[in-house]
Design a protein around this ligand. Sequence first.
Ligand code: SF4
Ligand code: SF4
Length: 171
Amino acid sequence: MATIQVTRGELSLAEKLYIPEVMRGVAITTRQLVKNVFGRKDIATRQYPDVKKPYPERFRGRHRLTWRDDGSVRCVACMLCSTACPANCIHIVAGDKGDNTVEKYPVSFEIDLLVCVYCGFCEEACPCDAIRMDSGKHPMPSFSRDKQRIRKVQLLEEGQPSTSHPGGLGN
Ligand code: SF4
Ligand code: SF4
């Protein structure tokens, strides 16, 4: 492999003294500060969180679980989402619903958002429109790892009714 030699340029006397260069740096910083203070409307910076950037329609945000008409969770604990999940971050415990038309329901449903890669495979895999990532929200920062594990109750709080038929047969 060819070696490229880089020759270092000689420093001028002003550069060797550092003071003029430091003064030049301070002048640039001060000029930028004055420009930002008196020309705020021209600053491209968004005043987050007061002003939030609208997400694109297809943005994959925090998960949510949808409900049936009676308010119960649509999920039938089929495990397709957790099987499709490449990050293995969906943990479901299935229970018997005691209803032959539904059979199972998730006793617990948990997603570890710190492990999730927001690929959307879970909502793609779901045959019941039970899990969605259209909340328009991103995970909030927290001081504890446990707070990043969202559970069934939180997922349902974010949810909404869905009238789609299991198996994707439409309304
Ligand atoms: S978005 Fe992807 S990584 Fe996250 S829970 Fe769904 S399938 Fe798993
Ligand atoms: S794929 Fe849908 S119905 Fe099946 S366990 Fe996941 S959320 Fe529930």
